[in-house]
Design a protein around this ligand. Sequence first.
Ligand code: C2E
Ligand code: CA
Ligand code: CA
Length: 573
Amino acid sequence: MQDIDDCLIQQNDIHFRELLTALPNVSVQGYDKNRRVIYWNKASELLYGFSEEEAMGQLLEDLIIPDFMRQGVIEAHYAWLTSGEAIPADELELKNKQGQLVPVYSSHVMLYQNTDSPEMYCVDVDLSSQRKKEKQVEFLTQYDKQTGLHNKESLFQTVKILAHQPRSEFDSRVAIFIGIDDLTQINNVYGYEQGDKVIGQLVSRLKRCIEPTDFIARYSGDVFVLLLTLNEHSDQLEHTIARLREAGRTPYRLKNDLKQVTMSAGIAVDVCDSEHDTDLLKNAETAMNHAKNMGKNQYLFYQSEFDNQLQRSYTLLSSLTSAPENDEFSLVYQPQFNQSGQVVSCEALLRWYHPLLGNISPAEFIPLAESKNKIKLIDRWVTKAAILQIKYWLQQGLDPVPVFINVSGQSLCDISFINMLSSQVNESGVPYSAIGIEITEYALISENDMLIQQIKWLQNRGVSIALDDFGTGYSSLSYLTRFPLNFIKIDKSFVTNAPDNPQDAAVMKAIFAMSDSLDMKVICEGVETQKHLEFIKSQSRHSLLQGYLFSKPIAPTEFENMITTSNSEDVIN
Ligand code: C2E
Ligand code: CA
Ligand code: CA
């Protein structure tokens, strides 16, 4: 009878082992009462890296148990043998042949428990791919896929955690919001791939600007947030800002061009008041938005007035669209003189009278409109109004000088704007030569084919093209040769400073010399004093003059009187 039983047990044993061996993804190991390996299936080899030959006879704790678990495993096995206390199934991290930790779900059975030869079998299921997926899910919820930076959710969580961390009453926390100024434009002009390249390079630069303990997150497509904790007396913030500015000055290579990509930043500092951490983010964001509304490319520390100004910006933006139909816009004209005192052209400048807020300076609402994609509606209105004004002057029998209008790069890239302009010209009978267009350097840096084509198209029909604010911002002389320009307008900051500042004087002299050889005329803006005028006259007899010394921008009726008398001869000569 005993023989038959033994035989049956042996047969079951064989079936059992065959079954275990056949399980491809389930690692099964058998251990004797001294925890030496007596069974090691193929899946164990795959999971832990030891072949059956290498594993057989080895001690469990020497083979796959990490050091920190070693004593616990020996004791648990002993307890099972002596008091029948089974080792519960659990998720563990065991060690493979390379010494790396492998996540497994491990369950255990004890066979022949009450005999001299108890055998413990461990059944381990590999959890690596599950863990990997979990990590991916965690990554997706915590990190930005494109840059690998923390995402917005993670930023908020971190701020919350920081808020509950104790800190010295002298420590301060700082949030810096950094926005790329014109990512949409880069995407439109160079394509998304190049836009992504800018983001990638910017992220590397930002990482180099901060300390390893600082936190960096991507807040939205073109906005990044840095969180710093500063000790009292630390000058880390100054250093970080200096490094950020330096990083912002380095151009980016986009296709074959080197491009300057500017950033606007808002900085908020919170000195030891943990309750206001969300304000810290809100304030830094407000400061960044303010920097953008102020014309971009600047770093601003948050001030509480920004909240009111932001409120004002919203009010302005929401009333901007209806301003034309409510007759809130008007144009004034600032004459441009030759050095004999004759009015040779003029610049149309927009004025906005808001019913509640009164006169709003274009220096305030134009940058705002540009940043919120509302500039095209302004450009359309100004162009139509200026052409109608020229038509009126022609009908009155006046001989009007060319009127320069300020047009944004966004409109000039847009075929519908050019169509609108040409149909206005055709309908009104105003010649193209009566119109000038001022574009900024910024519009040119995009070097958009469409923009160049449209400028050429207009120029071929007689429209004068002037480059406005020359010398500010991007100042690459190279595009002066590449673009079809008739006029360069030297920015008023040069005119103001040149008489006393040798560097500005040198820049102006260079522009005068270059414009002669390129056959472009120069208009000096912001001529306010006799001293400015003397300097210009000493350098160039041909450049044109615009500024308060001769005339402020004036209403159309006043301008009519002026062009009939050209009354600045006394001032100029
Ligand atoms: P801008 O195109 O550089 O226009 C010249 C600005 O300088 C005008 O300010 C003009 O009034 C001012 N200015 C002229 N001479 C002097 C001077 O001797 N001293 C001083 N301190 N300032 C002088 P404004 O009219 O306030 O316009 C500011 C800016 O707003 C313009 O700068 C232009 O960028 C924008 N803007 C104005 N009108 C329009 C428009 O119709 N369309 C577009 N897109 N932008 C406009
Ligand atoms: Ca202008
Ligand atoms: Ca200007």
